[in-house]
Design a protein around this ligand. Structure first.
Ligand code: UDP
Length: 356
């Protein structure tokens, strides 16, 4: 029996791991231990996903969250190492680019357990982002690197990573979007008049929330565009707190502020919105999966293919012309060519590679 230890901790990792765990459950001769670091602990950011995506209860919950990057990462490494020494898996599987990813990889490499990194090779080339450090370090100590795109695979080659370790399998987020879209649910806590256009917005990147000047610009930009089109804004706890800490910042009436929604409500919002406005990595791609134009409120993106194809536009929130750019983007028709992200079976492919 091959034993895989899966390490998750943050919202996007629950979605990715749900897809791979489903593939694992269908195979003979392989078993999985699910370790939740506790990085995301709010009910709306964690439990909700386990319930609605049918992910089984984590076998281990380390309950490590709420600290600084250093505190969280350090405590996670120590605790994960203990679990791995007990379970003695054949592979450790880590996802994406959070502190849980890096901690899992560091704990495994020191005790010589091979690491499989799902969503390897993504680069923003901005080392001020905590995610960029997590990705680069995890990739360089991983044994199996599952790249979601051609660009990601090229980035790894350019960093000198041995080609035999790199596998272009497609994006498990695309698998997830195909599987769950039919189960989408209309959101409970927002009243939208049928057929009234709205923009879907998510903001949570540290570069936007931790810089008061940028955050202020984002709030005023959202308020400005909501004068013409309603904006539905499921607000990440980090962003909610940062806005609360700012003097006199508030959203206007046209902005429908929600607590973070579940993935199935998110699927409904993506399917029904007119445009997506985000700084999320996952949501940029989902806009494309649902054939919606996207504006990314960042200076750079890891998912460059969509910008090159004209489906996504990078707009700096401090650009005085930002509202016009969003307006113009909202009428762009999106062509669907999903081969960029594989054929919807990234999870099956990567699992076969691990088992072989
Ligand atoms: N998401 C969600 N509810 C929300 C906001 C996002 O289910 O209120 C989903 C979204 O559809 C995507 C994932 O969370 O699948 C993206 O996670 P996030 O933006 O936190 O992280 P990133 O992708 O930037 O790493």
């Amino acid at each position: 029996m091959i034993k895989i230890a899966t390490i998750v901790g943050a919202r996007p990792q629950f979605i990715k791991a749900a897809t791979v765990s489903r593939a694992i459950a269908k195979r003979q001769g392989v078993t999985e231990l699910l370790i939740h670091t506790g990085q995301h602990f709010d009910v709306n950011m964690s439990d909700l996903f386990f319930n609605e995506l049918d992910i089984r209860k984590p076998d281990v919950n380390l309950a490590i969250g709420g600290g600084t990057h250093g505190q969280n990462t350090g405590r996670m490494i120590e605790s994960i190492e203990g679990v791995l020494l007990d379970y003695n898996p054949d592979h450790v599987m880590v996802y994406g680019d959070t502190d849980s990813t890096l901690a899992g990889a560091l704990a495994a490499v020191k005790i010589h357990i091979p690491i499989a990194h799902v969503e390897a090779g993504l680069r923003s080339f901005n080392r001020l982002m905590p995610e960029e450090i997590n990705r680069v370090l995890t990739d360089h100590i991983s044994d199996l690197l599952f790249a979601p795109t051609e660009t990601a695979s090229k980035n790894l080659r350019q960093e000198g990573i041995n080609e035999t370790k790199v596998h272009l399998v497609g994006d498990v987020m695309y698998d997830a979007s195909l599987y769950y879209r039919e189960r989408s649910l209309s959101p409970k806590y927002v009243k939208l008049i049928d057929g009234t256009p709205f923009y879907l917005c998510t903001i949570h990147r540290a570069e936007n929330t931790d810089d008061p000047k940028r955050l202020k610009a984002i709030v005023s930009l959202i308020n400005q565009i909501s004068k013409d089109t309603n904006v539905v804004l499921p607000l990440h706890p980090r962003t909610r707190l940062a806005i609360k800490n700012m003097d006199k910042e508030a959203f206007s009436e046209g902005v429908k502020v929600l607590h973070p929604v579940g993935y199935l409500e998110m699927a409904w919002l993506l399917a029904n919105c007119q445009l997506v406005l985000t700084d999320s990595g996952g949501v940029q791609k989902e806009a494309y999966f649902y054939q919606k134009p996207c504006v990314t409120l960042r200076e750079e993106t890891e998912w460059v293919e969509l910008v090159e194809a004209g489906c996504n536009q990078l707009v700096s929130p401090v650009d005085p012309n930002a509202a016009n750019s969003i307006q113009q983007m909202s009428s762009v028709q999106i062509e669907h060519n999903c081969s960029i992200y594989g054929n919807g079976d990234a999870a099956g492919k990567l699992l076969s590679l691990i088992l072989d």
